[in-house]
Write a protein of this length. Structure first.
Length: 272
């Protein structure tokens, strides 16, 4: 339900988080997406952790406010949440998804963060768009895509090989073993505008995006499945996908992925 009231609060001393805009509405169920194992529920000034979300197991919370919070330097959007066990406090909106978390299910650590410049990646502050943040986003995407190949038998250097191929498929290094024995798979085409929008809003998971593109190329991941006795070695790299990346020319390869595969007969050439 959309907010029905709105208010703006007066400024506070710099360095102390406080609300500069508040919207209130009827109870809306939300739950943790699994993003960032340090995600927490905080007090109003965001200087004291009340609850770690990853210790709450299956938990549906109820949001009755969204607050634009600032300390004079950083600004983020937070929910005020409660639950049926007396929990209450403030949690960054980017860690939460709307809806009830079904009984017996737990948050999925995969998925695409949907953050912009006005939202905090976490309160310790990896700025959205910096190299550490990008690596975290890409690592989550890659973990999501790995599951297409079943239980992973990851060979040392295969993600780096995929990255090398993505940067320059004609690199002379790729002609040397073990690179010369690897099969590389990458996008059949750049994602469409509709796909980009679906990816950054989380309506399309990175796994489903890759799966559909592999199908388009006539590639069946089960052929290389690590569920079989002959375990292929898999490495994946991808460019970070999130709201800011979608709106800037800094990431011309938005949605780019590369998969490196090494057949089991070459297992002596990678760490096991």
């Amino acid at each position: 339900m959309l907010g029905i009231t709105s208010s703006t609060q007066s400024a506070h001393a710099a360095g102390i988080y406080h609300a500069i805009k508040v919207k209130t509405y009827s109870q809306t169920p939300v739950h943790w997406t699994g993003e960032n194992r340090n995600a927490s529920i905080w007090n109003y000034h965001l200087n004291h952790k009340l609850h770690r979300l990853n210790t709450m197991d299956n938990s549906t919370l109820y949001a009755t406010k969204t607050l634009k919070m600032t300390n004079g330097k950083k600004t983020g959007i937070f929910y005020y949440v409660t639950d049926n066990n007396g929990v209450k406090g403030y949690v960054w909106r980017g860690y939460m998804a709307k809806g009830v978390l079904p009984a017996g299910e737990f948050p999925n650590p995969g998925g695409i963060p949907n953050a912009d410049d006005d939202e905090l990646e976490d309160l310790q502050g990896q700025k959205v768009g910096n190299s550490v943040y990008n690596e975290q986003v890409a690592a989550k995407q890659n973990t999501d895509a790995y599951s297409l190949f079943g239980f992973i038998k990851a060979g040392a250097g295969l993600p780096e090989a995929a990255k090398l191929y993505a940067q320059n498929p004609n690199d002379p290094m790729l002609k040397q073993a073990p690179y010369s024995h690897m099969k590389f798979i990458t996008n059949s085409s750049a994602p469409t505008k509709q796909q980009r929008q679906a990816l950054v809003t989380g309506k399309l998971s990175f796994k489903d995006f890759v799966s559909a593109d592999l199908k388009k190329q006539g590639i069946d991941p089960n052929k290389y499945s690590t569920r079989s006795n002959d375990k292929w070695f898999v490495g994946i790299t991808s460019s970070p996908i999130y709201l800011k990346a979608n709106k800037t020319t800094l990431y011309p390869k938005f949605g780019q992925y590369t998969i490196a595969l090494l057949a089991p007969q070459y297992k002596s050439e990678v760490e096991k």
